[in-house]
Design a protein around this ligand. Structure first.
Ligand code: HEM
Length: 479
């Protein structure tokens, strides 16, 4: 139902003439408004941001286990938290995390290779591995705790985590009926799901509390040098213990499925576009250390950030399949958007899946996966080099006429604070993957995205997993 709704909204934005807003009536004639123009998006996300909070029902359901951290807080509470969390996501902090992303990605490839040696069929299901690696990475780089999902996906911690953050079918159904049954009623239902979630959330919050307490003891002895985001937040000394637990839970919620989905879509798109895969592998082999098990060289942020094609592929993957396909807002009071009256309580839909491929913003090739749109030729300073020595850099607009064409991380004060973290993680994961495997889709019918069944939720991914055929690459290279 969710994806049907999404598909319908995506079509409407392209086929129905509109002035930046599309209004329709949802269940029980509830007001629904889809934002379709940069001007409307600018108003809701930037100039009137706090007049359009997230729906109250979201705070009631997710707030039960997340608490009121950065994702769920509103108004002045959000402003203060955002100001206090910003230093933890400063570029300097993120740069220090690249070797960790790289190292874990290599651990994943070794684990896959060992698995394959046992099964010997060369087929990998990517969604599961994406979930395992990104859980370990948000654990380590976010909180300084290794969940050990790569080593053992069935360990108790991973199972507990999954009860809260990987909703079962029943939980997704409850989420759907939330539109017409108040969240507090659903939360109070005496069903096993509610008690399981309550218990699991208690355990993960306790784990966060212990982690924070250990870090605070280190801080008291002036020994807190850990690189993770939570440690950086603790070093600002602006949060109480309770607030830190809420932020830690928020990092787990925001920084796992999103990056897992981005990585999965990246592998899917590269499996469909072998030319892009080959070109990317060439850049990886020229610029990065060999990935065979014997070579332990780590990389640093400059190695990854100075690879234009890798950066272009990541941007295009994030544009083409935004991990968060749509997000919601609710008018806090009667107001206007682009001069149109909007009644209090109207649901506002921001739809990256529609906007990121809108031909009015991106041009007629908006529906084509083309990393080159993010590249530009750079002037070569060497006058003796001749025309053939062209170099490429990246261009941040991707050719869209407005920055609101790229909504994957939103914009404004509620834009994803983890964007730098997520981009660095995705680049490292794809570099290690493409440098380690040649791969293609197991089922050729999936070359056509129309044949792919997509599972919705807060993030989107292939419903039946993503099965690819791989060949391990072994090489020595000239790094
Ligand atoms: C490719 C990966 C990611 C994508 C596509 C993504 C996308 C988004 C989007 C669309 C929002 C806005 C949601 C809304 O307001 O409705 C958001 C918010 C947020 N994201 Fe991300 N995210 C990603 C990864 C991460 C990571 C790795 C972290 C943490 C390490 C993170 C932390 C957050 C937080 C804390 C917020 C709330 C910010 C606020 O409201 O001030 N995200 N993200």
């Amino acid at each position: 139902a969710y994806l049907l709704a999404l598909h319908r909204e995506n079509q409407w934005t392209k086929t129905i003439p509109n002035n930046g807003l599309l209004r329709y009536l949802g269940f029980f004639n509830a007001e629904r408004i889809v934002l379709t123009s940069p001007e409307a998006l600018h108003e809701v996300l930037v100039t009137k941001n706090y007049s359009f909070p997230k729906p109250a029902s979201l705070r009631e359901t997710a707030g039960r286990f997340l608490g009121l951290g950065l994702i769920l807080s509103e108004g002045n509470a959000h402003k203060t938290q955002r100001r206090n969390m910003n230093p933890a996501f400063a570029p300097r902090q993120i740069k220090a995390l690249y070797p960790l992303f790289w190292d874990k990605a290599r651990e994943m490839v070794e684990a896959i290779t060992a698995d394959e040696a046992k099964s010997n069929n060369g087929t990998i299901e990517v969604v599961k591995w994406a979930s395992r690696i990104t859980l370990d990475l948000i654990g380590l780089a976010g909180l300084g705790r290794d969940f050990g999902a790569i080593r053992d996906e069935k360990n108790e911690l991973v199972q507990t985590y999954n009860i809260i953050f990987q909703p079962s079918h029943q939980a997704r159904m409850l989420h759907l009926i939330e539109s017409f049954v108040p969240a507090w009623v659903l939360n109070a239902l005496p069903i096993k799901l509610n008690s399981d979630i309550g218990q699991a959330a208690g355990s993960i919050r306790e784990l966060c509390r212990e982690t924070i307490a250990a870090k605070q003891r280190k801080l008291a002895k002036k020994e807190l040098n850990d690189l993770d985001i939570l440690s950086s937040a603790i070093r600002t000394e602006t949060f109480t213990e309770h607030e830190l637990i809420d932020q830690a839970m928020t990092l787990l919620a925001a920084g796992h499925d999103t990056t897992g989905s981005a990585f999965t879509w990246g592998v899917y798109l590269l499996a469909r576009h072998c030319d892009v895969q080959d070109k990317l592998r060439q850049e990886i082999q020229q610029r990065l250390p060999p990935l065979d098990a014997a070579n332990e060289s780590l990389i640093c942020s400059v190695d990854i950030d100075s690879m234009p094609y890798l950066q272009a592929v990541c941007s295009e993957v994030l544009r083409f399949y935004a991990p968060v396909p749509q997000t919601l807002r609710e008018a806090a009071h009667d107001t206007t958007i682009v001069g149109q009256f909007i009644p209090k309580g109207a649901r506002i839909i921001v739809a990256p899946w529609a906007t990121n491929r809108d031909p009015r913003i991106w041009g007629p090739d908006a529906h084509i996966f083309n990393p080159d749109r993010w590249l530009c030729e750079q002037q070569d300073d060497d006058e003796h080099s001749g025309d053939s020595n062209k170099d490429y850099g990246t261009r941040s607009s991707g050719g869209a006429y407005s920055k609101y064409g790229f909504l994957s991380f939103l914009h404004g004060t509620r834009a994803c604070i983890g964007q730098g973290f997520a981009r660095a993680e995705l680049a490292c994961l794809l570099a290690v993957w493409v440098g380690s495997f040649e791969f293609g889709l197991q089922e050729s019918a999936l070359m056509d995205e129309g044949n792919l069944d997509i599972k919705g939720g807060l993030t989107a991914r292939p419903a039946d997993g993503l099965h690819i055929k791989t060949t391990k690459i072994s090489r020595r290279c000239s790094h």
